[in-house]
Design a protein around this ligand. Structure first.
Ligand code: FAD
Ligand code: NAP
Length: 247
């Protein structure tokens, strides 16, 4: 059930030229219980006093307990955005009102599929970072995972080194970095030139074995959904989280 609380900014760093990684702690010191894939909402008022809220997927890599000491999020800069302005300028120690967790964009331990196709653009990759401990365990039942991640260029590949390291340690996990504007200076084996559909087509989605998760740019989510549906995947096996503005 969703809870309301205050968050205090404990740490932050720039992940990309226009994306801020922010690590919050609850001001009451309580840990935060969530299921990887869920999001939090931040609540604030416009200058005219109108209350509003925005959603951010939790990026924290947790442990077995299900509760984490910090809520980590990655916030993309949106020109003229109200939450962008608030979060982009929040100093260390600054507080915001929040609630959560929300959402059902989560892995389902009842699934028995042979392969996961996890697709993201931009900050849409953060739920998959939170899922890493669960993805690691999938090897035990012989499942494979392909993370297909679309970014404009190397500097916008969020948490890229973490996913690459995870792939090196977990042979059942592959990380496809799809660069839409510029390739890496030193391309890697699973780099692809173009948008995510390039790697998706190469992976030959298969209705018999695949479950797909799509997160990020709403147009990408719609187009990848159509591609997977055309490949025969049943709709309940194509799970979606669109980063639409909640205004
Ligand atoms: C479930 C969910 C999870 C989300 N998780 C994240 C997350 O982890 N990280 C993250 O950065 N965002 C995430 N978002 C998006 C986030 O909630 C805000 O919509 C986003 O930060 C913009 O808010 P804003 O107040 O700064 O901009 P607004 O004041 O809402 O928008 C300013 C202007 O920019 C346009 N706009 C808004 N968003 C975009 C966009 N993405 N691209 C282009 N134009 C846009 C609006 O139409 C408007 O014209 C998520 C959204 C949902 C629904
Ligand atoms: N213009 C910039 O350089 C820039 C940089 C950072 C942030 N921003 C702004 O920040 C906000 C969110 O940034 P973001 O990085 O999450 O932006 P985004 O527009 O979602 O782009 C991220 C990646 O998704 C790809 N993409 C876009 N539409 C797609 C589709 N229909 N199918 C498949 N892939 C698709 C982009 O490819 P393409 O390159 O082919 O579009 C890019 O590789 C936006 O407001 C954005 O305008 C802009």
């Amino acid at each position: 059930m969703a809870d309301h609380f205050q968050l205090r900014l404990a740490e932050s760093r720039m992940l990309a030229p226009a994306v801020r990684h922010m690590a919050f702690e609850r001001a009451d010191g309580a840990p935060f219980a969530f299921v990887p894939g869920q999001f939090v909402q931040i609540h604030f008022a416009y200058p005219d006093g109108k209350p509003t809220k925005r959603s951010y997927s939790v990026a924290t890599v947790g442990n077995e307990s299900g509760a984490v000491p910090r809520i980590e999020i990655a916030v993309s800069y949106v020109e003229g955005g109200a939450a962008t302005n608030l979060l982009g300028n929040l100093p260390i120690g600054g507080t915001i009102d929040a609630s959560g967790p929300y959402g059902r964009f989560c892995l389902d331990d009842k699934d028995a599929n042979r392969r996961y196709l996890l697709v993201a653009t931009g900050t849409g990759v953060t739920p998959y970072r939170a899922m890493l401990p669960q993805l690691q365990k999938l090897a035990a039942r012989g499942a494979e995972v392909a993370l297909v991640y679309g970014a404009r260029n190397e500097s916008e590949l969020l948490y890229g080194e973490e996913f690459e390291a995870f792939a090196r340690q977990n042979p059942h996990f592959r990380f496809y970095a799809c660069f839409s504007r510029a390739e890496r200076a030193q391309p890697r084996t699973h780099d692809r030139a173009g948008r995510v559909h390039v790697a998706l087509a190469e992976l030959k989605p298969d209705a018999a074995h695949d479950i797909a998760y799509l997160c990020g740019n709403p147009d990408m989510v719609d187009q990848a959904f159509a591609l997977l549906k055309d490949a025969g995947l049943p709709v309940p096996h194509i799970r979606r989280e669109k980063y639409v503005s909640s205004r």
